[in-house]
Design a protein around this ligand. Structure first.
Ligand SMILES: Cc1ncc(C[n+]2csc(CCOP(=O)(O)OP(=O)(O)O)c2C)c(N)n1
Ligand SMILES: [Mg+2]
Length: 365
């Protein structure tokens, strides 16, 4: 057999529509009505301001830990904006603004970030799974839901989010392979934010892109400017349409940057340089989109201020509600709930032991 190059049917593309300098590729721009454009902007701004507020609350010791979204607003808001309510959203742990778009309240996020399990219950309402902290695990859950949707001949799609670091987990490969083989209606959104805590993207893979990994599994992959909300909407629409039409999964690599700390327990100054952070600040998704909306006549200083103050008030109201609710939370007995439908004997024993100790403490106190 001669030595030949064989053609691989699936393709890998890149996509950028609204570039960092504000120039727009009109031909590629997706049709988005004015109300939706403003809603996209509002949520991106909400994501940014909510982050800032939670960081402050954590520094004041008023909440526990929180993984910020800053810099990744377009990578999250763009994809969820194309979902129908009946579609499924399966997040990892950094998708606060995507969760809010899907209906999760700010107060439940604050309650979760304070370590109370009560905050998690609302996160799983509707067709949304709650946060999944074990890196990559949620991708398999998403594929399972997708396969189930297909089996039941439903027209719903599943969108799942994960990071660049997650692509080094076995779960990523199993999920991608299974989804492609069974043509599960899944849209994989990899937020390549360049870092997995202190491990840079260059240590996750020798591949030129994450998008190209799709080809090996037999699905299209696209590398999108993840700080360009228009490109994220366009690529996500295409992928969701494919999935809904029975054409199977797509991998979208959103090239973006984690502008802030990994979580509030991290100090990125120990492993990355200020000029790298500054170079990404110039590509900020929010200022870029605000510039576009101003050019279009949809936004001006006055409107921006109106949105800012409405957001500030709604965040404050959520903080107040969460702090009020948390006053009556924190029973240590809660740790035995929600893991098993029927508690194993050893846990039952520990539960009784703790109950006894707390009672005795109460008697002494
Ligand atoms: C299986 C597993 N291993 C390690 C961790 C600790 N951990 C939490 S986040 C993280 C990095 C994840 O990086 P990436 O997938 O790029 O997501 P990002 O944090 O950048 O959003 C690690 C190693 C974990 N939560 N789960
Ligand atoms: Mg990452």
């Amino acid at each position: 057999m001669p030595r030949e190059i064989f053609e691989i049917p699936d393709r890998v593309e890149t996509l950028s529509i609204l570039s960092a300098d504000g120039s727009l590729d009109e031909e590629l721009a997706p049709a988005i009505d004015d109300d939706l454009l403003i809603k996209l902007y509002r949520f991106m701004l909400l994501g940014r301001r909510f982050d800032e507020r939670l960081l402050n609350l954590q520094r004041q010791g008023r909440i526990g830990t929180f993984p910020p979204v800053s810099g990744q607003e377009a990578s999250q808001v763009g994809p969820v904006s194309v979902l129908e309510e009946e579609d499924w959203m399966v997040p990892s742990f950094r998708e606060a603004v995507a969760e809010m778009w899907r209906g999760r309240s700010m107060e439940s996020i604050i309650i979760s970030a304070s370590g109370f399990s009560e905050g998690a219950s609302e996160a799983g309402e509707g067709n949304n799974l709650p946060v999944s902290v074990p890196v990559g695990s949620q991708m398999l859950h998403a594929v399972g839901i997708g396969w189930g949707m297909k089996y039941r001949e439903r027209k719903n799609v599943v969108m799942t989010f994960f990071g660049d670091g997650a692509t080094s987990e076995g779960d990523f490969h199993e999920a991608m392979n299974f989804a492609a083989v069974y043509r599960a209606p899944v849209v994989f959104i990899c937020q390549n934010n360049q870092w997995a805590i202190s491990i840079p993207r260059s240590k996750q893979t020798r591949s030129k892109s994450i998008a190209q990994k799709a080809v090996a599994y037999g699905m299209p992959g696209i590398q999108v400017d993840g700080n360009d909300i228009l490109a994220m909407v366009a690529a996500s629409r295409e992928a969701v349409d494919r999935a809904r039409n029975g054409e199977g999964p797509t991998l979208i690599e959103a090239v973006t940057y984690r502008m802030s700390v990994h979580t509030t327990a991290d100090d990125p100054k120990r492993y990355r340089k200020d000029d790298e952070v500054e170079s990404w600040r110039a590509k900020d998704p929010l200022t870029r989109f605000a510039g576009y909306l101003s050019e279009k006549g949809l936004l001006d200083e006055e409107k921006i201020q109106a949105v800012e103050s409405e957001i500030k008030e709604s965040i404050q109201a959520a903080v107040d509600r969460a702090e009020e609710k948390m006053k009556s939370m924190g029973d240590p007995m809660d740790m035995f709930e929600h893991t098993y439908e029927k508690r194993p004997a050893y846990l039952e024993e520990q539960r009784e032991l703790l109950a006894r100790e707390l009672k005795e403490e109460g008697n002494h106190g």
